[in-house]
Design a protein around this ligand. Structure first.
Ligand code: VGL
Ligand code: ZN
Length: 208
């Protein structure tokens, strides 16, 4: 695959709390790091996202009486899974994995920083309306094709890829540079959704 100057690598939430030993560890999460560093060399444009919650965030089970992590609740914007407290602003868990190459990215998008709303997607918060600003950045810089990698496949990558596709961008997910959480069949549902929306899944080997 030939990568052009109109392509962007979008690296989702490669942060300590999503890696082994972290507060919301994705199985094998840190294993995406060497894969992402390798393919990032090929891209002129790399964007990182950083999950960045206040301690009183609505997505934390600890902020709801009698709720446990991985239970779901209904909020005004829809169903919200409650998570262990993770990626709190300014804490070590919110930092990027120490081996992630953070020199090349031209932009870091922080998301989930409003107390009352979660943001899985890099483009819109979970109400599917409040923008993060990334879509404006991609449009203004005339970036057309988004390759998505990172954590977690079935939440933040899924929502980011879906939103980018619905916004009219070309999207591909670099599957072996992603890892999933897999809650109640969420990985299978993610693959179904990608198929329905015409979002191809590619391997890192396609870039070499
Ligand atoms: C994520 C759950 C909560 C993710 C972020 O990066 O996929 N998942 N916050
Ligand atoms: Zn989060």
């Amino acid at each position: 695959m030939k990568i052009s100057d109109r392509d962007v690598l979008l690296v989702i939430d490669v942060q300590n709390d999503f890696c082994t030993g972290g507060a919301l560890a994705v199985p094998g999460g840190e294993r995406v790091v060497p894969a992402i560093n390798r393919i990032a060399q090929k891209f002129a444009n790399v964007v990182l996202t950083q999950d960045w919650h206040p301690a009183d965030h609505v997505s934390f089970a600890s902020n709801h009486p009698n709720k446990r992590p991985f239970e779901a609740i209904d909020l005004d914007y829809g169903v919200q899974v409650l998570w262990p407290t993770h990626c709190v602003q300014g804490t070590p868990g919110a930092e990027f994995h120490p081996d992630l190459d953070v020199r090349r990215p031209s932009l870091v998008v922080r998301k989930g920083f409003r107390r009352g709303i979660d943001s899985y997607s890099a483009l819109f918060e979970n109400d599917h309306r409040t923008p993060t600003g990334l879509l404006g950045y991609l449009r203004e810089r005339e970036l057309k094709t988004v390759f998505v990698a990172g954590l977690a496949l079935d939440f933040c990558i899924r929502f980011s890829a879906e939103d980018a596709r619905k916004a009219g961008l070309e999207v591909a997910v670099v599957e072996d540079a992603c890892r999933g959480i897999d809650l109640d069949g969420s990985v299978a549902a993610t693959h179904q959704s990608f198929k329905a929306l015409g979002i191809p899944v590619v391997s890192i080997e396609a870039f070499f």
